[in-house]
Design a protein around this ligand. Structure first.
Ligand SMILES: *Cc1c(COP(=O)(O)O)cnc(C)c1O
Length: 320
């Protein structure tokens, strides 16, 4: 399984998900372009099924299981968008799916996951190890473990978002997107190398969880433990065994933005583009608009990666 994903795999994922995942629109704005002095193209994965690009990888991975694997089902550990994506992809494909979630996960996430028909198994974040529970369930019930980013079919599936963007708008000078475990970033960078070879691909993290920035610069895998940031989709401890080498090979640079810059950008996108993007989903836009790279006069792609906002938190964010 641990074969390196290539642009042929991204292409194959694109046909695998065609007609099931949404081909999301590309948003543009004269006002945003004037402010940035550049041409910006926003790929709206906040409008993807289940509310984030994660459905692409989840469906690509689940639809490639053998009939007997599909019959037994899958397990994953995540409280976020990967859980919802696996729950929905399993519903579409009629594959049983178990989601291991912390007992204190926000109830909106648990309700959304159960709404897509996933079986939720709760664990105590302080006393239990979620990977251990996932592996035990896989063993005991014969389930296939589908990790959130470090898996060739997940990486290839996520790369289809960038692939569609290049198909729709042509070559770009820059492409910005968030980086958590690096599945979206490595898949998109593989697609960029094939479809727009001159494009600089930039991964963006929250400043409090900048392990991938440090890994990229030191070329040694760095980790971070439970960073405090509003970008909950990018709190991952480190890049993976597949995504780290892929990021080193394909990605041009990394950037980091602090939470107040991130929230300012998120609200700007809500106001100006009328697009509800979650904090993590605004990381790429924040780096592009706040001068992380010299984009003046350039053609710039930005992946708005997700839109699953817990609206009860908005008043806190406005106060930050
Ligand atoms: C998971 C997620 C990310 C990070 O993706 P990785 O593949 O883990 O790097 C970014 N944005 C959103 C909205 C996500 O759900």
């Amino acid at each position: 399984m641990a074969s390196w994903p290539t642009s042929a795999d991204v292409e194959s994922a694109a046909s695998q998900i065609a007609g099931v995942a949404h081909r999301t629109p590309v948003a543009t704005s004269r006002l945003v372009d004037d402010r940035a002095g550049a041409h910006l193209f926003f790929k709206c994965e906040n409008l993807q099924r289940s509310g984030a690009f994660k459905f692409r990888g989840a469906y690509n991975a689940l639809s490639r299981l053998s009939p007997s694997e599909a019959k037994r089902g899958v397990v994953t550990f995540s409280s976020g968008n990967h859980a919802q994506a696996i729950a929905l992809a399993g519903q579409v494909l009629d594959i049983p799916r178990v989601i291991v979630m912390p007992s204190d996960a926000p109830s909106v996430k648990r309700v959304a996951t159960e709404g897509y028909g996933g079986e939720v198994v709760l664990y105590d974040r302080d006393r239990e190890d979620r990977e251990e529970i996932g592996r035990r369930l896989a063993r005991e019930r014969g389930l296939t473990l589908i990790p959130p980013y470090d898996h060739p079919h997940i990486i290839a599936g996520q790369g289809t978002a960038a692939r569609e963007l290049f198909e729709d708008v042509g070559p770009l000078d820059f492409l910005f997107m968030p980086c958590g475990g690096g599945g979206l970033l490595s898949g998109s960078a593989i697609a960029a190398r094939a479809m727009s070879p001159g494009c600089k691909v930039i991964g963006v993290e929250p400043a409090a969880g900048d392990d991938a920035n440090r890994s990229f610069r030191s070329k040694q895998l760095q980790t971070v433990h439970n960073p405090t940031t509003v970008a909950d989709g990018a709190r991952t401890p480190s890049l993976g065994t597949l995504t780290f080498p892929l990021v080193l090979e394909y990605v041009s640079d990394m950037a980091a933005v602090d939470d107040s810059t991130l929230l300012r950008t998120m609200f700007y996108l809500w106001e100006r583009l009328k697009l509800v993007v979650e904090p993590t989903g605004a990381l790429g836009a924040a780096a592009a608009l706040e001068g992380a790279q010299p984009i003046l006069g350039k053609r710039v792609g930005v992946i708005l990666s997700g839109g699953n906002v817990d609206l009860t938190q908005v008043s806190q964010w406005l106060a930050m």
